[in-house]
Design a protein around this ligand. Structure first.
Ligand code: NAI
Length: 655
């Protein structure tokens, strides 16, 4: 029974019990209607507490019902029944009240929340807006500005903030149910309760500022429509009578439900949830991973160390010498200071993190580390030396990981006596911010070592995707392929700024040439020089980037790269254009104009065809994993679902 009622001394307790997260599926909705019927028909009941069993309050709609025809009773009707019940309903909120769950709580007459609870309307992240009165009830409880942020931004807020804002009437520290019952009894006694919809809307202090806020939300959403729709729904709530605002909200919800963006966003959501659900790891317990060590304190080592500290882990950093250790320590301190300044961590947390961190020049401190992540120079001999040193200095059960971008992890694993404890953990830069972690799976890795990689990803709140071994794994390999394609287009007729404009117009956060200028052109130049001897001479090769580097154009840091930088602004560089035109001429290529669509068509097809190769070689498990990688590593527009999803939807066969 997913909804049950118990009654004692005039107090009914309605319990939703629908594991794992009390989703409001049809059975629950029917159960709630039956509960309202029973309570209305029972003169002995004076007040009601609505609670959920298990880990959390209702955390939303049942995602399994999305994409299916809607089935009665509909949530708005159920909530209407609760709100118009002549007896006070008090929601007792623990865990998270999200989406439909928060709409349910707002339809109750009062809300008591556990101090640790979180409340939010994350529908926009799935391409929707609340469909059961969320946007209409919320601005009757909280200031319009907060309602706008919650509905259009999708981020949940902590219970303490919800109470200060008026969304929650009381916080419970101890027995939530008991406090909710006391509150319900008091409400019944004093008749001190109101239907949320009967309250006046809390108009903004400054309407123009709210308009600006909504405009910012729309701009930030890029091509995604749901945040703008949610903002419009909040304005409806402010401007229209409740009934009309409810109707408009529902109409938008129903339209968005069938929108391709919602399907795409659902695809990415489910894909992200499933990346590590693999048979191989069923019932495999991870090894402990509370203390990590990072070898190398450069860009990546410092980012990984900071990620560990921010997740509450103890971190030891090992560098080549004392000066490098000090530089690494300073990099980590800089990241933590930045997090404190942005309010991500408190002063106390900052102090705790600094004391959980140590940077040193010796390997002799590594016997305490559960997991060691190597992030030294991208050079096979250096990495092998480091792994040999790790073999001698770590506990035999410690997990050893390499953050290599391109090198063969199987070969690195052979540097230790027991290669089953070696895996690849490929972070993205900046490592304390980027969500993706490629877990590179060598041939000899033990199951519980892989499980430890997954557990660490969980601790660091990263999305782990398994990748097989090849040059660049999933993300860098696909990116290298479409970078090549972009360079072909330069010779064929497009200019860097045209390609970049097409990419950002499509919804990518940065164009290919802007990205290279930011990263520095010298790094990939060094790699190309290393690979020159083994490059297939039959493969088309574009020399333009090499020529730029020969002229000292290394990107932003030198003021010139693909672009010319003046006071930090990137400008088209006539010299670069001349170089491109002359190279086309030299190769006898007749340049043709490219439209933005043609540029993106070539980029997408390349992403898709390289993705197909990655699948055929078993480097990625499935197309959904590739989509997760592209969305989280390169900012492929989430609302388009990823390149492989797009290929499937268009029914196109990659070139
Ligand atoms: P980096 O040059 O900024 O840092 C490397 C650090 O390793 C230096 O501080 C150096 O002193 C230290 N080091 C060198 N040999 C050492 C040894 N034997 N023992 C201890 N420390 C040693 O390089 P970055 O960018 O941090 O890259 C590190 C690794 O991460 C490379 O394998 C790279 O391919 C990979 N990577 C880099 C990404 C990036 O965006 N920079 C992204 C993902 C992976």
């Amino acid at each position: 029974m997913s909804v049950s009622i118990t009654t004692e001394s005039g107090m009914a307790t309605v319990t939703i019990d629908n594991p794992p997260c009390n989703a409001l599926n049809r059975a629950v909705r029917e159960g709630l209607v039956r509960a309202v019927d029973a309570i209305e028909g029972d003169p002995g009941v004076e007040a009601v507490v609505l609670r959920c069993a298990g880990e959390t309050f209702a955390a939303g709609a049942d995602i399994g019902e999305f994409g299916q025809p809607l089935r009665t009773p509909h949530l708005p009707d159920v909530l209407h029944r609760i709100e118009t019940c002549p007896k006070p309903w008090v929601a007792a909120i623990h865990g998270t009240a999200l989406g439909g769950g928060l709409e349910l709580a707002m339809a109750c007459h009062l809300r008591v929340a556990d101090r640790q609870a979180r409340l939010g309307l994350p529908e926009v992240t799935l391409g929707l807006i609340p469909g059961a009165g969320g946007t209409v009830r919320l601005p009757r409880l909280v200031r319009a500005e907060l309602a706008m942020d919650m509905a259009a931004g999708g981020k949940p807020i902590p219970a303490v903030m919800a109470q200060e804002a008026g969304l929650v009437d009381a916080l419970a520290d101890g027995d939530l149910l008991e406090q909710a019952r006391r509150r319900a009894a008091q409400a019944a006694r004093d008749s001190a309760w109101t239907a949320t919809l009967a309250r006046a809307v809390r108009q903004p202090d400054d309407r123009a500022a709210l308009d600006a806020r909504a405009a910012k939300i729309r701009a930030r959403a890029g091509g995604q429509t749901s945040p703008g729709a949610a903002a419009a729904a909040i304005f409806n709530a402010l401007d229209l009578p409740a009934e009309q605002a409810l109707d408009a909200e529902r109409a938008t919800f129903l339209a968005l439900r069938d929108d391709p963006q919602a399907e795409a966003l659902r695809h990415v959501y489910l894909a992200e949830r499933d990346t590590t659900r693999i048979d191989r790891l069923k019932n495999v317990a991870p090894r402990p991973c509370t203390s990590i060590a990072v070898i190398g304190g450069g860009t990546m080592g410092a980012g990984i160390a900071a990620a560990g500290l921010l997740a509450g882990l103890g971190v030891i950093m090992v560098e080549r010498d004392t000066a490098a250790a000090e530089a690494g320590r300073a990099r980590v301190a800089g990241i933590l200071d930045g997090s404190r300044q942005r309010g991500v961590i408190s002063d106390r947390q900052h102090a705790a993190m600094i004391s959980a961190f140590r940077a040193t020049a010796g390997y002799d401190v590594l016997d305490r580390a559960d997991i060691v992540i190597e992030a030294v120079f991208e050079d096979m001999e250096v990495k092998k030396q480091v792994f040999r040193a790790l073999d001698a200095s770590t506990r035999p059960d410690a997990v050893l990981a390499t953050n290599t971008s391109y090198l063969d992890v199987d070969e690195i694993a052979c540097a230790v006596a027991n290669p089953s404890r070696v895996l690849g953990l490929h972070f993205f830069s900046p490592a304390h911010i980027m969500k993706l972690l490629e877990i590179v799976v060598p041939a000899k890795v033990a199951d519980d070592v892989l499980a430890t990689g997954v557990a660490l990803a969980g601790r660091l709140k990263k999305i782990a995707v398994f990748a097989g071994i090849c040059d660049g794994f999933i993300a860098n390999r696909i990116m290298s392929a479409y970078r090549r394609e972009c360079e072909y287009m330069l010779e064929d007729g497009a200019l860097p700024w045209e390609i970049d404009a097409a990419m950002t117009g499509f919804g990518l956060p940065m164009g290919m040439f802007q990205m290279q200028d930011l990263a520095g052109l010298d790094i990939s130049w060094a790699m190309r020089k290393r690979q020159a001897a083994t490059r297939d001479p039959a493969q088309r090769y574009v020399e333009i980037a090499d020529k730029l580097c020969e002229r000292g154009h290394f990107g932003r840091k030198t003021g010139r790269g693909w672009y010319l930088y003046e006071n930090g602004t990137a400008l088209p560089d006539p010299e670069v254009e001349a170089l491109i035109l002359s190279d086309s001429r030299r190769k006898g290529i007749t340049r043709k104009a490219f439209s933005a669509d043609e540029i993106m068509d070539r980029i997408l097809r390349t992403m898709q065809s390289e993705g197909e190769k990655v699948l055929a070689e078993g480097i990625a498990r499935n197309g959904a994993d590739i989509d997760v990688v592209m969305v989280n590593a390169y900012g492929f527009p989430r609302w388009l679902g990823g390149p492989m999803f797009l290929a499937g939807r268009a029914g196109t066969t990659p070139a």
